[in-house]
Design a protein around this ligand. Structure first.
Ligand code: FAD
Ligand code: SF4
Length: 508
């Protein structure tokens, strides 16, 4: 009697109850499989980091005395799909029961449940024991509401999980949300903390990946791969973040700078999404630092909201709306991505920096993703499905359950406002207020229609002109439409002319 337990590449949680005791009748299986390296074109660091972390995890399980079968990318007999490999392993090891942890991605969930249904043996899907909510909890909370307000969900989570609360159940500090304190530009001080991440040399693995013919883009940094590859390293990262960056997280969480890539963000998303860290322990560390007086309440609250609020909330949006969500395109935007999404070569300094950094590091912080790259995508009318594939490929932390609602919903408003209360778009004024990008840019942040005018400006007004019928009813946009109404015909026509002159955006 042998039970095969499949562990996916984003299920690297050594504290899962599966591993609490040794079972000689259980065979753990991890596989480096082409269906996973190839379902979208991935950044080289994402492929490297996931495979290196899987190898590390398999090594730990073996060292702890568990039976493990690891299929490496270049193993003879490694088939391109998970089911094909499972078929071989089940036959080879005389497997009589199949178990897997609930996948976070719809495509894998479908594939594995279909596969399990074809096996003439007992099967079970068990909880991944990672999230603070069940797949359907958000849908239950928001039953019959058209709009899913994150703030409502977040307050519910604070109460339910007793986070940052006073003894009487009210929020610590008397308010739930310190967002208004958390919107400062970064003047260059305090200094961005030195990169606390340890480098790994994974040139041999990178050669194996290349020899297997896996396509990728972006800088592999195989000799200095800086993502945490196991729980011990992830805990070191968490410590470094809490002591060095969290105190300033709140103030500068919306800031952008040409002189910094991470600012005071945590870089914990890869460790969280691969389940090396549990969200509860990350939240607890931030709360402890706050209660000990090492971190201000607005900083701790701002950070905790991202994990207890946004992260669980977008997962709920994903499971409530898949598979239809992927096809949504509220504005019917169809333009392909300009070629500079793949090389960062544009004269728009904000985009050159944010995309260039993404290609070099497989990382950009939230405001770069939302208010620079996503902002341009939405104003320019880029195809949200093509953008989704780009975001899903480029970031080391990109797994569809979290990437898709952020890209299609929050950033591109492709769901018509189910997730975001208004489109996240801005002209150059916002980018200039929050960054130092505009100083030294080829384009003029103040000009709307001249030859060197910042493209964001004309695109911004043209976006609201084009989509007036769909957006006019939103009360948060009333001011924008009033401003549009005050523009004379000559100004409007100059804006339209300017936008037409940008053509396919290739030469910006
Ligand atoms: P921090 O700023 O330090 O935040 C702490 C943690 O909070 C993050 O590690 C993350 O786990 C969580 N978090 C913060 N914001 C969000 C959010 N909006 N949704 C879910 N969790 C959040 N996040 C991903 O994990 N994977 C993605 O593929 C992804 N794609 C995105 C695409 C777009 C268009 C946008 C606008 C955002 C996306 N995000 C994604 C959310 C967010 O940008 C990243 O989680 C964050 O930048 C990761 O860096 P960090 O760990 O330094 O985050
Ligand atoms: Fe970006 Fe426009 Fe500012 Fe240049 S001027 S950095 S393109 S917002």
């Amino acid at each position: 009697m042998t039970t095969l337990r499949l562990i996916l590449g984003d299920q690297l949680n050594p504290r899962h109850s599966w591993f609490a005791r040794h079972r000689p009748d259980v065979l753990y299986v991890l596989m480096e499989v082409r269906q996973e390296t190839d379902y979208v074109l991935h950044h080289a660091q994402k492929i490297l980091a996931v495979l290196a972390a899987m190898r590390d995890f398999a090594g730990q399980l073996t060292a702890a005395g568990h039976r493990v079968h690891y299929l490496a990318i270049d193993d003879a007999g490694n088939r391109p799909s998970i089911p094909a490999n499972l078929d071989l392993l089940i036959a080879h090891h005389g497997v009589t029961r199949f178990e897997y942890q609930a996948p976070d991605e719809w495509r894998l969930d479908q594939q594995l449940s279909r596969y399990a249904g074809t096996l003439g043996m007992p099967t079970a899907m068990v909880d991944s024991e990672h999230f603070l909510t069940g797949r359907d909890d958000a849908a239950t909370l928001f039953a019959n509401r058209r709009q899913w307000l994150m703030e409502h969900f977040y307050r519910h989570m604070r109460s339910r999980h007793q986070v940052l609360l006073q003894d009487d159940g009210r929020p610590l500090g008397g308010q739930w949300n310190f967002d208004h304190d958390n919107r400062q530009a970064w003047p260059g001080l305090p200094h961005e903390p030195a990169d606390w991440r340890r480098g790994h040399d994974h040139r041999a693995l990178w050669q194996q990946i290349q020899a297997a013919g896996v396509a990728s883009f972006g800088e592999p940094c195989a000799d200095d791969l800086r993502w945490p590859l196991n729980r011990a390293e992830a805990l070191e990262h968490l410590d470094a973040f809490v002591t060095q960056a969290l105190p300033h997280f709140g103030s500068y969480q919306d800031a952008l700078s040409y002189r910094a890539t991470r600012l005071f963000h945590s870089l914990l998303s890869f460790a969280l999404n691969t389940k090396m860290l549990h969200p509860r322990e990350v939240i607890a560390r931030a709360e402890e630092a706050c209660r000990a007086g090492d971190v201000s309440l607005p900083a701790a609250e701002g950070f905790i909201r991202q994990i207890l609020g946004w992260r669980e909330y977008v997962r709920g949006v994903y499971w409530a709306n898949m598979p239809e969500y992927e096809q949504l395109n509220f504005f019917d935007h169809r333009r392909p991505l300009p070629a500079w999404f793949w090389n960062g070569q544009t004269r728009m300094r904000c985009l050159a920096h944010s995309i260039g950094q993404s290609l070099a590091q497989a990382y950009a912080h939230h405001i770069q993703r939302l208010m620079v790259i996503g902002n341009f995508g939405l104003l320019a009318g880029l195809d949200p499905a093509a953008l989704h594939r780009w975001y899903l490929g480029v970031y080391v932390d990109a797994f569809e359950w979290v990437e898709l609602p952020n890209t299609l919903g929050m950033s591109q408003f492709a769901d018509g406002g189910r997730l975001a209360t208004k489109p996240y778009v801005s002209s150059a004024a916002y980018i200039d207020r929050m960054s130092d990008y505009c100083k030294g840019c080829h384009y003029d942040k103040r000009d709307r229609t001249g030859p060197r005018a910042c493209p964001f400006n004309a695109l911004y007004w043209d976006f609201f002109r084009r989509h007036r019928a769909q957006l006019e009813g939103q009360h948060r946009l009333a001011m924008v439409f009033r401003q549009l109404d005050r523009m004379d015909a000559g100004t409007l026509s100059a804006i339209e002319h300017k936008v037409r002159s940008l053509q396919d955006f290739e030469t910006l």
